[in-house]
Design a protein around this ligand. Sequence first.
Ligand code: CS2
Length: 488
Amino acid sequence: MLNSNNLAEISKQIPTPTFDRKSLKVGMVHVGVGGFHRAHQAFYTHLLQEKENASEWGICGIGLREGDQKIHDILQKQNGMYTLIIKHPDGRIDSQIIGSIIDFKLGYDTPDVVIDQMAHPDTKIVSLTITEGGYNFNPATGEFDFENADIQHELQHPNDPKTIYGFLTAAIKKRKVQGLPAFTVMSCDNIQHNGDVAKEMLLTFAKKQNEELAAYIEKEVSFPNSMVDRITPVTTQADINYLENTYGLKDEWPVTCEPFIQWVIEDNFSNGRPEFEKVGVQFVPDVKPYEKMKLRLLNAGHSVLGILGAIHGHPTINACMEDDLFVTYLRAFMDEEATPILDQLEGIDLTAYKDSLQERFANPNIKDSVSRICSESSAKLPKFLIATIQDNLANAGSIKFATLVIAAWCYYSDKGIDKNGNSIAIIDAMQDQLHQAASKTQSDPLAFIRQESLFGNLINEERFTRIYSDLVQKIYADPDIKKLMIQL
Ligand code: CS2
């Protein structure tokens, strides 16, 4: 069993933290402790703690939803520790125990505990991986969604927060009253201008709740933009069994990931930061071009493979990459549609970047499921893919490769089956709405595109609707997606 008492024994088999975990204080409070946080920020923090005394930068995990109970309970039992299993393309596997998370608190039944942690004098950063959907904006307009019942509740009851916005405002207010410096809000989500978006949304909320506090936030709280990257598939039972069979190690929720890791972030912190540059993090004045490159190539590339792969019946991203047609299609999308609208980045060779993406996607040991990639597409595609279609419409660029993905997404949302009739489990907060819109396609080929909150005004773009309606009707007539991919 992985916990502090057994660490000496475990260290005979697997690297374990060599720094003094007991001396760590919580300097970063992290909301959304999924696999990605544990493979990325918590890993970088662990590396720094291994390298030198960084004892003021321990992490306290926070879960705001009932679903976070499981990870909370497991990490509490394991004294915050977990195994990171890094899987190389050549089959090598490196496992190590990560020790940077030292506490975990749940907000949904005891909000005060979380507010107090965020307002603690030692807390300097509140970081977020709350997913694209967690920011509570309309994907097409980018506007804050005041209709959300939890938001309504916390506007009326500032001491009983439910969403990230209620918690942040309550904690910032408490710090202000106590004369403590404001923390930095550090978004680590896959959203272009993630810091700016976090700031805009928080300010919009705060202005409704407490104008004076909003003015304080605007002045005192920093929101660095960042680009984060590491492919982190969903942990499987096989990963848990692997540790037990290979090392006799019982870890109830390890994390697996690829060897590649990247974090580019703006050096804009209200109250200090870890010296992450010592462990390979890049601090830059403006992260936006990096974010755009990653979202429009990596994340969009994933969605291209994921949606088309789901309909074809490929279970994983690496299975897609074993299929030559998918590789050619992915590259054509990246070269002809995504690249022309990217800014040139000094020191970055886009061809090499795309080559490296292909290698990463093809890693046969990662087995990143197509279902993970397709999950929450309604929150992802507007930013990853639809934005590229819009840019190309404005620049007379090619749109056919991305448009086929949208048409395939419609079929997927309507039928929930692959081309062989096997059912696909769809995970999406907007699933019912997507299904309803898609199911009208046969009488109204553009029905899916009429969802303005996802597609904005694409419905009025004649070039797009022409290509889309042709492709969507062809998929409904014959869902053998490869026939269409070959023709484009
Ligand atoms: C993926 C990302 O969610 C997705 O669709 O594209 O989770 C991706 O694996 C990460 O952003 C990689 O850094």
